[in-house]
Design a protein around this ligand. Structure first.
Ligand code: NAD
Length: 347
């Protein structure tokens, strides 16, 4: 409850859509629209309570404000959470009810894919609601490969900052989560000679990774704590806290998951342990850049988007250098950039 109240701080609006007949409980958080309309994906996840879903949507939508601001995009922070099991409850009726909710929001919120919402789901919603991007028909497609490219480049920038070289051959990377982004990241890491240790709660995905990449398998409960050079969280958030940070063995954290820190302040504990943390909303901005490009005047341009994604490692390197010089956690430096852009726009 306290976490939810803390997370609520600063939000402009939160919408709740309920349709009992069609099984929909959806929350749309609109955090800050100073830079533009709220844009952020829709997560479908079986949260154990309404409060847990609320905490998730509040934290996620706030993260989107920072993500868009640091990436220099003219969008605000928004995100949706549908409280449902994507494997069992995500019926066409539920998605139809959600599409109607998006229509009712009348352009206040633009969405796309996130955990539990696939490209096929986005296409289905797009036939019923205009304010969803990242679709296949006339859209930019699934943003996950673009997110993975940004994470890959950002991970290499972190490696170069820490060790003086971005050569991945023989570097051991622990990947948590082998979904859309995690899998694509593994492909890129494997292609450059990195060694992989992986975990997912979906054991089929882990078997596939072992066969495809020669990856070592770890238990989902252990992956954060395995011996590795780099830890790439690509599942859910809330991972790094005063409980888990003392047990980490990797020297770098660089992954796609949103809201990796349990609390903003926990980044200081990472810094004190000498662990280089690539702020999640900086390194994983590729997908947002991709969907934002679709909404830009003139429409989607893949080449320009991929050029924009190459800004991610440059931005991260500047953040790492400033954090070192000022002896401050990397996420504080990143949030200063975001806050300054929002303040500039308001003044
Ligand atoms: P996804 O649903 O395709 O994959 C998530 C994977 O994590 C699944 O395979 C799931 O089984 C696994 N998982 C869940 N809990 C786990 C646990 N405790 N341990 C190990 N594995 C677990 O989602 P995705 O699109 O790949 O997104 C991954 C993360 O990256 C999310 O946090 C998402 O918000 C973030 N992100 C995604 C994008 C994008 O473009 N898809 C963009 C920015 C950020």
């Amino acid at each position: 409850q306290a976490a939810a109240l803390e997370a609520y701080d600063g939000h402009e609006r939160v919408w709740c859509g309920r349709d009992e007949e069609r099984g929909l409980v959806a929350l749309v958080g609109i955090h800050n629209t100073a830079l533009g309309p709220a844009l952020g994906g829709t997560r479908v996840w079986p949260h154990e309570s309404f409060e847990a879903g609320m905490t998730d949507v509040l934290r996620l939508s706030r993260g989107m404000t920072y993500k868009a601001a640091v990436a220099g995009l003219p969008f605000g922070g928004g995100k949706a959470v549908i409280i449902a099991d994507p494997k069992k409850d995500k019926t066409e009726a539920l998605l139809e009810a959600y599409a109607e909710m998006l229509v009712a929001l009348d352009g206040q919120y633009y969405t796309g894919e996130d955990v539990g919402l696939t490209l096929a789901d986005a296409d289905f919603i797009r036939e019923r609601a205009p304010n969803i991007s990242g679709t296949s028909k006339g859209g930019s497609g699934n943003p996950s490969p673009v997110t993975a490219e940004g994470v890959f480049l950002g991970l290499k920038a972190a490696l170069a900052h820490k060790s003086g070289s971005d050569r991945l051959a023989g570097v051991l990377v622990a990947v948590q989560g082998l979904g859309s982004v995690g899998w694509s990241l593994c492909e890129k890491l494997h292609a450059e000679g990195a060694e992989l240790v992986v975990a997912d709660i979906d054991t089929d995905a882990v078997d596939r990774a072992a066969n495809t990449f020669g990856a070592r398998m770890a238990d989902a409960g252990d992956i954060l704590f395995v011996e590795a050079d780099i830890l790439a969280p690509c599942a859910l958030g809330g991972l790094f806290s005063s409980d888990t940070i003392p047990q980490l063995k990797a020297g770098i954290i660089a992954g796609a998951a949103n809201n990796q820190l349990a609390r903003h302040e926990d980044a200081r504990l990472l810094m004190e342990r000498g662990i280089l943390y690539a702020p999640d909303y900086v390194i994983n901005a590729g997908g947002l850049m991709n969907v934002a490009a679709e909404l830009a005047p003139g429409g989607y341009n893949r080449e320009a988007t991929m050029r924009k994604v190459t800004e991610i490692p440059r931005t991260l390197t500047a953040i790492f250098q400033k954090a070192d010089a000022e002896k401050r956690p990397t996420n504080e430096v990143a949030s200063d950039i975001a806050m300054a852009r929002i303040a500039d726009k308001r003044s």
